[in-house]
Design a protein. Structure first.
Length: 98
């Protein structure tokens, strides 16, 4: 049976585990990245169906990850971040976030 594969990109271990544990209980297969560079590497090497992406990340920020992935893919990307400014939301949509 096929399991949807979700890449969780979050630098805070606790938040990454929390989201991952919930999604695993719902039957999804989880991949994890703690920084933007690792996220791009995983995306290039693995089959990923959905990305949950934090913006404030080490190495490459979430905006950079979003730009890089959108160069080659229309995979759904959900931004999950503590940033709450409307300008950040609009910027994310402009870059291709879902």
């Amino acid at each position: 049976m096929y399991k949807t594969r979700i890449l969780i990109v979050e630098d805070e271990d606790r938040m990454r585990r929390l989201v991952g544990d919930y999604l695993k209980r719902e039957g999804y297969s989880i991949l994890e990245a703690e920084d933007g560079k690792t996220a791009i590497d995983i995306f290039e090497d693995e089959r990923v169906d959905l990305i949950i992406l934090d913006i404030m990340l080490p190495k490459y920020d979430g905006w950079t990850v979003l730009r890089e992935i959108r160069k080659t893919s229309s995979i759904p990307i959900i931004v999950l971040t503590a940033r709450s400014e409307e300008s950040d939301e609009l910027f994310g949509f402009d870059l291709g976030a879902d």
